[in-house]
Design a protein around this ligand. Structure first.
Ligand SMILES: Nc1ncnc2c1ncn2[C@@H]1O[C@H](COP(=O)(O)OP(=O)(O)O)[C@@H](O)[C@H]1O
Ligand SMILES: [Mg+2]
Length: 214
C-alpha cells in the first residue's frame, strides 16, 4: 500500500507529516519511508534517531531514477506500507507517485500564498487526470493553522469546490512540538505523549487507517 505526501510547494509540512505518520504506523505495519525530498530531510532526521537505542529507526529508501521508483511501486503489496515524502517541486517521480498511490495527502496552510500554490497543484492534478482518464482524488490536510483560528473561509471553499481535492477532518495546528520532536529524532508522541500535537497526529493516523481500511 502506498501513501504519498505531496505538494509541489515546499515548506508546507510534507516531511513533518510523513515522519510522524511513518513512526506511528511502523508500530503495527511493515513501513518503508521513501525519501524523494532533495534535501533528504527525513534521512538526516532518521540518522539522529539512530543515536537513540530506545527507538527503532525507520526503514528509508531513496531512488535516483523514475524507472527505479516505478519498479519499487510495482512490487508493492498489501503487507507493506510505503510512505513517500515527495520533493517540493514538480517532477516525473512525483507524478508517478501521485498516480499510483492508494492515498495522496497534500498539506496546506492558511497563509495567503497557499491558495495560489494549491491552485497550481490542481493544474498538475488535472493534467495527470486526463492522462490516466481517471478520477484522481487528493486529500488535503490543513496544517500549521493558528490554534486560535476557527474559520478558514476562502481556502476551505476552494477545496470543497475543487474536482480533485477533498478535505480531511483532521487539522494540524501550529505547534512547536512538531519541529522540536523531529529535531530530537522522535515523533510528537514519543516526544510528549499527551501534547496537543500528539493527539492531532493520533487523529490523523486514525483517519488514514479508516480511508485505507487497514
Ligand atoms: N503544524 C506545524 N506547526 C509548527 N511548525 C510546523 C508545522 N508543520 C510544519 N512545521 C515546520 O515547518 C517547516 C517546514 O516543514 P517541512 O515538513 O519540512 O515541509 P516540506 O517537507 O513540505 O518542505 C519545518 O520547520 C517544520 O518544523
Ligand atoms: Mg520536505
Amino acid at each position: 500500500m502506498i501513501i504519498a505526501i505531496s505538494h509541489q510547494k515546499g515548506g508546507v509540512g510534507k516531511s513533518t507529516i510523513a515522519w510522524n505518520l511513518a513512526l506511528a504506523l511502523q508500530k503495527k505495519y511493515d513501513v518503508e519511508l521513501v525519501d524523494l525530498d532533495i534535501q533528504k530531510t527525513l534521512t538526516y532526521t532518521n540518522e539522529i534517531r539512530k543515536n537513540q537505542t530506545k527507538y527503532n529507526p525507520l526503514k528509508i529508501k531513496t531512488f535516483q531514477s523514475a524507472e527505479n521508483l516505478k519498479r519499487y511501486i510495482n512490487s508493492d503489496s498489501d503487507e507493506k506500507l510505503s510512505i513517500i515524502d515527495l520533493g517540493g517541486f514538480d517532477s516525473t517521480m512525483n507524478r508517478i507517485a501521485i498516480i499510483t498511490a492508494d492515498l495522496v495527502v497534500t498539506p496546506v496552510s492558511d497563509k495567503s500564498f497557499e491558495l495560489l500554490g494549491l491552485k497550481s497543484f490542481e493544474g498538475i492534478l488535472s493534467q495527470l487526470n486526463k492522462l490516466i482518464e481517471g478520477d484522481l482524488k487528493v486529500k488535503v490536510l490543513l496544517n500549521n493553522i493558528n490554534p486560535q483560528k476557527s474559520k478558514l473561509g476562502k481556502l476551505k471553499t476552494f477545496i470543497e469546490k475543487s474536482k480533485h481535492f477533498e478535505l480531511l477532518d483532521t487539522v494540524l495546528r501550529t505547534r512547536v512540538d512538531y519541529d522540536k520532536s523531529a529535531g530530537a529524532g522522535k515523533s510528537v508522541m514519543e516526544y510528549k505523549k499527551d501534547s496537543k500535537a500528539a493527539s492531532e497526529i493520533k487523529a490523523l493516523v486514525k483517519e488514514v487507517k479508516k480511508i485505507l481500511d487497514i
